[in-house]
Design a protein around this ligand. Structure first.
Ligand code: MN
Length: 234
């Protein structure tokens, strides 16, 4: 029984399939994805439909899924004069932000689904996990998409805002938990100043940062087996 954590896939379906093949994921293994499976890369919805079929794959909520959840419901309304007028300032702002963050490929594929599948996709997105705590290979891990902004050891997870958990970058120079490793995506490891190998998985100061920039031109998709520490790249 192995536990894998995987970085932000961003629609890179082929890289995802390549990693699945490399690790030889078995039924009894568990795969956690750090969120941001949507946007940028060519096949975000194809990827999501694949994940929906995998009983041993669990996805965290990333800021890209949150943007989709803020926009898809109102985009799915039929545009009539009346509902178009009903798009308020909030909705327009949400859509502008999603457009800036590479939603085109997600929208393109989402549009091809029938209404029933669209609803299923939304339901899956609404049920994504905000954080996961687990033990593997004798160590404890705390998984969250971006970080724990405003961290204090006594603070309960419910007291962090969504923005703190899925948008605000972790401080990789800082150790958060004395007894747990903080696993994050969201911040490409190319941009972590403390990382001696930019673009590879970063470990240090109680962190495991695994977004290796898939969806960007020179980026990779990465996964690591928590029991063995072995890293895989596509
Ligand atoms: Mn992100």
């Amino acid at each position: 029984m192995a536990t894998y954590v995987m970085g932000d896939v961003h629609g890179e379906y082929d890289k995802f399939m390549s990693l699945l093949e490399q690790i030889g994921l078995r039924e009894e293994d568990t795969l956690y994805l750090m969120g941001d499976v949507l946007d940028r890369g060519p096949h975000p919805i194809k990827l999501l439909l694949k994940l929906m079929e995998m009983p041993n794959a669990f996805c965290l909520l990333g800021n890209h899924e949150q943007m989709a959840l803020e926009c898809l419901p109102f985009l799915m309304q039929e545009i009539t004069e009346e509902s178009a007028r009903a798009f308020g300032e909030e909705e327009m702002k949400a859509l502008a932000s999603w457009l800036q963050n590479g939603c085109e490929t997600t929208l393109k594929e989402f549009r091809t689904l029938d209404r029933e599948m669209q609803e299923e996709v939304l339901e899956y997105l609404r049920d994504l996990l905000l954080y996961v705590e687990l033990n593997a290979g004798g160590a404890r891990y705390f998984l969250v998409h971006a970080g724990l902004n405003g961290f204090s050891p006594e603070k309960k997870i419910e007291d962090y805002s969504l923005f703190d958990l899925i948008w605000q970058r972790a401080d990789y120079g800082r150790r958060y938990f004395p007894d747990k490793i903080l696993v994050t995506g969201h911040t490409p490891t190319q941009t972590i100043a403390e990382n001696p190998e930019p673009g590879r998985i970063f470990r240090g100061n109680g962190h495991l940062a695994i977004d290796c920039g898939a969806g960007f031109p020179d980026g990779k998709l990465a996964t690591v087996c928590l029991e063995t520490g072995k890293e895989y790249y596509a």
